[in-house]
Design a protein around this ligand. Structure first.
Ligand code: AMP
Ligand code: MG
Length: 302
């Protein structure tokens, strides 16, 4: 009896775009690179139009979904101990929420777990800063998506003066060790720093003030944080320099064009999953015998 081979959805062809591994190479941050020098308008690895981007995206979504399902299936059937953790950071209105929505909508709801990290609750604040993060790590076979993360325990704490420098400055090393442990355990950590221009941010924050469907997103602190643009740039640069490492790299993704940042992050995830080389798991049964049983089980017409 012949088992039909699984069909692999095609990566988008006929679109001027770089392969997933090349996109990852283009956007991966190497310590010493300049965060401020990354052009938020740019579309590295993609030279087509926005319309081309949409076509490429829909094909890539199918590829990502296929890879995610292989991961899920191998964890379920073979006990594979791997998962992916996508961490998304960026300034207010950089598109973190939209990116989460995009990634999630491309995947089976069973295979994805989302966590958003806001100002710590009283219970969270009563614990070690990584406590709330540990609790939201994705189970094997899943993709976890963090909308903000433990990096706020450096960034927000530093920028809002919530604790002395001694406290947040120690966290770079603590986080490196934490993420190294995740990597060694089988969790592939992918960190995305979205970058937008001040002009684009102004437009997006203005939208939140004048549009009925967006007002709920406005937060007074977004405007004061924006006024400290340069200090945030320094804080992001320090995070990137000190925590972009093998096994837990940062990718700085231009995000003025939302369609580009979504396409780029999808390709980065595809690259990550492709490296696991996942085949579809085989059942531990004899397919021919099971087919015979299936046929024999046909209910008799009365
Ligand atoms: P939003 O992402 O728009 O829901 O906003 C969440 C807010 O929570 C941001 O202003 C973050 O800076 C803040 N936040 C997240 N994590 C922390 C943290 N560990 N300590 C302080 N503020 C935080
Ligand atoms: Mg906000």
């Amino acid at each position: 009896m012949k088992i039909r081979p699984a069909e692999v959805p095609p990566l988008a062809a006929n679109v001027p775009q770089a392969a997933p591994s090349e996109v990852a190479d283009l956007l991966r941050f190497a310590p010493g690179n300049s965060f401020a020098a990354v052009d938020p308008e740019a579309t590295p690895g993609f030279s087509g139009s926005k319309a081309d981007g949409k076509v490429a995206q829909s094909l890539d979504n199918a590829v990502l979904s296929d890879l995610q399902e292989r991961l899920f299936a191998n964890a379920a059937v073979n006990g594979l101990q791997h998962s992916v953790l996508l961490i998304i950071q960026g300034r207010d209105s950089a598109g973190k929420g939209g990116l989460v929505k995009h990634v999630v909508s491309a995947l089976s709801p069973h295979g994805v777990e989302v966590a958003a990290f806001g100002v710590p609750t009283a219970e969270e604040a009563a614990h070690y800063f990584l406590w709330r993060v540990y609790r939201r790590l994705p189970r094997w076979g899943n993709i976890g998506v963090f909308d903000r993360s433990h990096y706020e325990d450096i960034l927000a704490v530093r920028m809002h003066g919530l604790a002395p420098q001694k406290v947040w400055a120690e966290r770079y090393d603590v986080i490196n060790e934490f993420e190294e442990g995740l990597h060694e355990s089988g969790i592939r950590v992918v960190k995305v720093m979205l970058t937008i221009s001040p002009e684009e941010q102004e437009e997006r924050l203005r939208d939140r003030l004048v549009r009925a469907d967006k007002q709920w997103k406005h937060s007074a602190s977004d405007i004061s944080d924006r006024a400290a643009w340069g200090d945030y740039t320094t804080a992001f640069q320090d995070v990137l320099d000190r925590t972009s490492r093998v096994g837990a790299p940062w990718f700085v993704v231009p995000a003025n064009r939302k369609w580009y940042s979504r396409w780029a992050v999808t390709r980065i995830l595809i690259n990550e999953l492709q490296q696991l080389g996942l085949e579809w798991p085989q059942g531990d049964f004899d397919p021919a015998a099971e087919l015979a049983r299936l046929e024999a089980s046909r209910p008799k017409k009365s």
